[in-house]
Design a protein around this ligand. Sequence first.
Ligand code: SF4
Length: 612
Amino acid sequence: MRIGICGGPYANPYALRAFIDDARGRGCERLFCLGDLGGFGAEMDALWPLLASGEVECIAGNYDVALARGEDDCGCGYRDERDNTFAQLIYDHTRANTSRAFSAWMGYLPTERRLSIGGVSLHLVHGSPLALNDFWWESLSEGEHRSRVAASGADVIVCTHSGLPWQRRIGDALVVNVGVIGKPANDGQQGVWYAIIDIDTAETDLDTFVAGGTRPGADVSSGTGAASTITATGSTISGTNTGGGTGREVGTDRARAELIRLDYDWQAHAASMRAAGLPEPFVSTIETGWWTTCLEVLPPAERARGRYHLYRSTLPEAFAPAQDGWGAAPAADADRTNALPVIPLFGSQYFPSRLWIYSNFHCNLACDYCAVASSPKARARSLSLGQFRDVVDEAVAEGFTELYITGGEPMLLPDLPAMLHHAVEKLPTVLLTNAMLLRGGRLDRLRDLAGHPNLVLQTSLDGARAATHDAHRGRGSWTKTMAGIEQAVALRLPLRVALTQTPENTPEIGEVAALLADLGLPVEAFAVRPMLRRGLSEDGMDISEDSTIPELTVTADGLHWHPAGADLASSPDMFLAPAGTSLSVGKQLATERFFSARLTDGSLPAAYRCAI
Ligand code: SF4
């Protein structure tokens, strides 16, 4: 037997009509709706005749229960104040535009149903077997999934409410979240989702109707018909396993689900919402496929998959970077987000659109505080020129606005000049170097980049005197770095200098600033940054995913959370994904981890800027 099940029509008669036609056209013998008839669109009363003529068997969602009872809010279960504001806005509209008769009809719907079809037990719920407004997300822990399955006991459990479709076997049960047909699934597509479940009924009885429910059009007011024994809020036979005589181990093997993307006339739906005066963020979701409201309820994994991740209003109060400077993130794309209450994480101050590229890890120095454990003996991890070009091109396509090329010492790579030429033609680029090799043939190969508006060099100077600098970076390094700085200034290569602060060089910071000013560097080209306890360093500031913002970093090993954690051996905690992972996926992984960290204690991380 084949059945079609939808969730959340959300006052979208265009999608409901398409669901009925599509499911019937695919051979579904029975159609079900798992509730939340209202909650996004404008044409609530248009649903009722469609449900009746399409013979769609309904259970009630929290929305329907609230409407039937005349509650003041929808009971969706949001916890964030901003989510609740949007939920209230559309609930008030829905309540004012739903006929009394339709609301009363909802009051007779069961809030769950149990069926036995061919010996396979099915449990139809709105949220989950635990609660009417439970959000059964795909990303819940295994324990959370199993507790819901155990609360049901059915072979097949079908739910909606969260709005995002998924299916998987959990223990012996097949669990299907059918998604909703009222709005897209936050996937950038206008189409919506429903599920078809095929049950092999060859061996046993066909279509045993176990639990009560109501088919649209049934005379519920007279107390006759299947729904007459069911109250608006009560469950039907909750907790009873109605799995029939064949047992679950047979039943689950005989049930299969398919999630169906449904095309429908979303343009007409959007026009109807606009004509009704519904807010543009709601209409935008219908037209673009991206959620623009009620984002805070989404767990990290589900939230990271969408385009928008945060309410715009979250930014000013809750977050300020640790320090601004050359690496300050650009403002979020004004054209794309100004009309919306939400923004993407990427491109905001939480996730700057700069990409770090480790060209290599070997270095002519072996600084004792090197956060990525570089040295002449470091494991060879160089990007080829082809790999580098591919990353840069991908960065452009993915919306990155700055490149930071670092190592190791990038100037050790023969291909560096070609890499730089490619980079600066695409994006503003900062080359991080210890400046010791800015001489001879290596310098000659950079001469034609002097004055290029997209190129800046950054180097490190850790003291006003050789002894201070060399104490951490190696004998003779101060003299060579100073010579390199002078060469860069003479060549008019824009240069910035950072001092990694240690107890030894703290008294010399003023002298270093004066030294650089004497060489002609502007005052804003010098900055001080704290030492980190990472890589070779046993002292300094601790940073982790919980305490700093992501700055996506590419190495030959793969993608990393932050440039200071780019050495896989000493910073496995900051590893995101292996080589070959796209930057698009890397952005998604970083976004997911950001929200995982944030949601642990509700706080937001600050920025540690390697590039000042
Ligand atoms: S801190 Fe820089 S110069 Fe020193 S070893 Fe590490 S990469 Fe090389």
